[in-house]
Ligand binder design. Structure first.
Ligand code: LMG
Ligand code: NDP
Ligand code: PMR
Length: 387
C-alpha cells in the first residue's frame, strides 16, 4: 500500500531512531577484469510508503532482550531508482530488510509503479521527487528529505542520461548541457548539500557512492571506442556549457557530440568521488566510492539509440565482449558498494571480475588526475551556485 501523503502527514523512519532492528590493481584493467580470472512531476514532491515501525531510542544500535546489540535499519537514497541499475539495487537492498530505500526520481508515478512491479515490499521504500535537470529541484529534494526527518546513511548518485543520436545539445533548467548537467552537475550539488546530512548520521559506515563507467576510462578497450572521453582544459565547463554563447562540451569543442558528453560526464563523476575523498574522508570517516557495475546492455540508458543498436548491443556484449551483466546482477554489485562491510575502503573505483568478485580497479590517467579533479570541483561549485 503506497500511501500518497501531504508532507505534513508524512510518516517515515525518524532520525537517530531504531527502524525495525535487523538483526587489483593490475595490467588487465584495460579489459576491465582482474588478472586473477582474467516527464517530470514538477509540483508533487513526495510520496511516503507505509513506514517501518519506529522506536524512539537514539543511536545506531539497540539492545535486544538478550542484551545483543543489533544495527538499526539504514537509510539509503538512490537517484534514478525508477529503472535499470538503480531499481535493481533498490530492490536488492530493500529485500535484505536492513535498508529503507529512498527512491529519488524525476517521474514519480513511474518510480512507484516500478517498485511495485519489482515486488518491493510496502514500507521498505519511499519515493520522492528529484529532477536532476533542475538545481531548484535538487534543493527542494534536500528540503523535503530533511522535513521527512529520516537519517541519511548512504547516498547513491546513480541517475544518468545518454544522448548518442542527438545532433544538437539540449539544456537543463539552469542552461547547462543536459548530459553533464544531469549526470554530473545535479549530482554534484545534491552530494555537496547532503554531506551535512551524512555527517549527522550515527550509522557505523556512512557512504557516498557515485556511479562511474568503463567507457570514461581510456585505459580500457571500451574507453577507446570513439568518441573518447576527454575533458581537455575544461574551457567549456568554465563557460557554463551553455552552447549559445560558447561550447556545450566540457573541452570547449564547438561541435556537440552526445556520446562524448556522456563519457565526459562519467569522468567528472569519477573525479568528483576522488575529490570528495581527498577533502572529506579523513575528517568525517565517510567512505567515498565509485564503480563500473558491468555492461547492463538492457537498461533504459540506451532508449535514445537507434533500434538496430538496441537489438544488437545485448548479444554483442553477451557473446563478443562477455562484459554483459543482467540488471539483477548489477543491482547486487551496487548493493555491495552500499552496504558490504568488506567494501569500506574510501577513494576506490570498484569493478567485478568474471567470477563476480569485486576488486579495486585502476582509473585512466585523466579520470585519476588530482589537479583536474580540483578544477572540475571548483568550476562545478560556481555553476551550481555554491561559490
Ligand atoms: C559511436 O559509434 C556512435 O556514432 C555514437 O552515436 C555512440 O553510440 C558512440 O561510443 C558510443 O559510438 C562508434 C562506432 C564507430 O562503433 C560502432 O558501433 C561500429 C560497430 C562495428 C561493429 C564491428 C564489431 C564486430 C562485432 C560483431 C558483433 C555484432 C554485433 C554488433 C553490435 C554493435 C554494437 C556495438 O567506431 C569505430 O570507429 C570503430 C572502431 C572501434 C574501435 C575499437 C577500439 C580499439 C581500441 C584499441 C585501443 C588501443 C589503445 C591502447 C591504449 C593502451 C593503454 C594501456
Ligand atoms: P536507466 O536509463 O535504466 O536508468 C537511469 C535512471 O536515471 C532512470 O531512473 C531515469 O529516470 C533517471 N534519470 C534520468 N534523468 C534524470 C533526471 N533529470 N532526474 C532524475 N533522474 C533522472 O540506465 P542505467 O540503469 O543503465 O544507468 C544507471 C547508471 O549506471 C548511470 O549512472 C550509468 O551511467 C551507469 N552505467 C550504466 C551502464 C550500462 O551498461 N547500462 C554501464 C556503466 C555505468 P526515468 O526512469 O524517469 O527515465
Ligand atoms: Mg562498448 C571489453 C569490451 C567492451 C566493454 C566492456 C564495453 C562496454 N564495450 C566493449 C567493446 C566495444 N564496444 C567494442 C569493441 C565496440 C565496437 C564495436 C563497442 C561499441 C560500443 C558502442 C557503439 N560500445 C558502446 C557503444 C555505446 O553506445 C555504449 C556507450 O558508449 O555508451 C556511452 C557502449 C558501451 N560499451 C560498454 C558499455 C558499458 C557501454 C555503455 C556505456 C556506459 O554505460 O558507460
Amino acid at each position: 500500500m503506497a500511501l500518497q501523503l501531504a508532507p505534513s502527514t508524512l510518516s517515515v523512519p525518524k532520525k537517530g531512531s531504531t527502524m525495525g532492528a535487523v538483526g587489483v590493481k593490475d595490467t588487465a584493467a584495460f579489459l576491465g577484469v582482474s588478472s586473477k580470472t582474467k516527464k517530470t512531476m514538477a509540483v508533487r514532491t513526495q510520496v511516503a510508503t507505509a513506514p517501518t515501525p519506529v522506536s524512539t531510542s537514539p543511536g545506531s544500535t539497540t539492545s535486544s532482550p538478550g542484551g545483543k546489540k543489533t544495527l538499526r535499519q539504514g537509510v539509503v537514497v538512490i537517484t534514478g531508482a525508477s529503472s535499470g541499475l538503480g531499481l535493481a539495487a533498490a530492490k536488492a537492498l530493500a529485500e535484505t530488510g536492513k535498508w529503507h530505500v529512498v527512491m529519488a526520481c524525476r517521474d514519480f508515478l513511474k518510480a512507484s509503479k516500478a517498485a511495485k512491479a519489482a515486488g518491493m515490499a510496502n514500507g521498505s521504500y519511499t519515493v520522492m521527487h528529484l529532477d536532476l535537470a533542475s538545481l531548484d529541484s535538487v534543493r527542494q529534494f534536500v528540503d523535503a528529505f530533511r522535513r521527512a526527518e529520516m537519517p541519511l546513511d548512504v547516498l547513491v548518485c546513480n541517475a544518468a542520461i545518454y544522448r548518442p543520436t542527438a545532433r544538437t545539445p539540449t539544456f537543463t533548467a539552469d542552461g547547462h548541457e543536459m548530459s553533464v548537467g544531469v549526470n554530473h552537475l545535479g549530482h554534484f550539488l545534491l552530494a555537496r548539500l547532503m554531506m551535512e546530512d551524512l555527517q549527522k548520521s550515527d550509522y557505523p559506515s556512512r557512504r557516498l557512492v557515485i556511479v562511474g563507467s568503463i567507457t570514461g576510462n581510456v585505459n580500457t578497450l571500451a574507453g577507446n571506442v570513439p568518441p573518447k572521453a576527454n575533458l581537455g582544459d575544461l574551457r567549456g565547463l568554465a563557460g557554463g556549457l551553455t552552447g549559445a554563447s560558447g561550447s556545450a562540451m566540457i573541452d570547449g569543442d564547438e561541435s556537440f557530440d552526445g556520446a562524448k558528453a556522456y563519457k565526459d560526464s562519467k569522468v567528472c563523476n569519477m573525479l568528483t568521488m576522488q575529490e570528495f575523498h581527498r577533502r572529506y574522508h579523513e575528517d568525517t570517516g565517510i567512505t567515498f566510492s565509485s564503480l563500473y557495475p558491468g555492461c547492463i546492455a538492457t537498461t533504459g540508458l540506451f532508449r535514445e539509440h537507434i533500434p538496430l543498436f538496441r537489438t544488437l548491443f545485448p548479444p554483442f556484449q553477451r557473446f563478443v565482449t562477455k562484459g554483459f551483466v543482467s540488471e539483477a546482477e548489477s543491482g547486487k554489485r551496487l548493493a555491495q558498494v552500499v552496504g558490504e562491510p568488506s567494501l569500506t575502503k574510501s577513494g576506490v573505483y570498484w569493478s567485478w571480475n568474471k567470477d563476480s568478485a569485486s576488486f579495486e580497479n585502476q582509473l585512466s590517467q585523466e579520470a585519476s588526475d588530482p589537479e583536474k579533479a580540483r578544477k572540475v570541483w571548483e568550476l562545478s561549485e560556481k555553476l551550481v551556485g555554491l561559490a
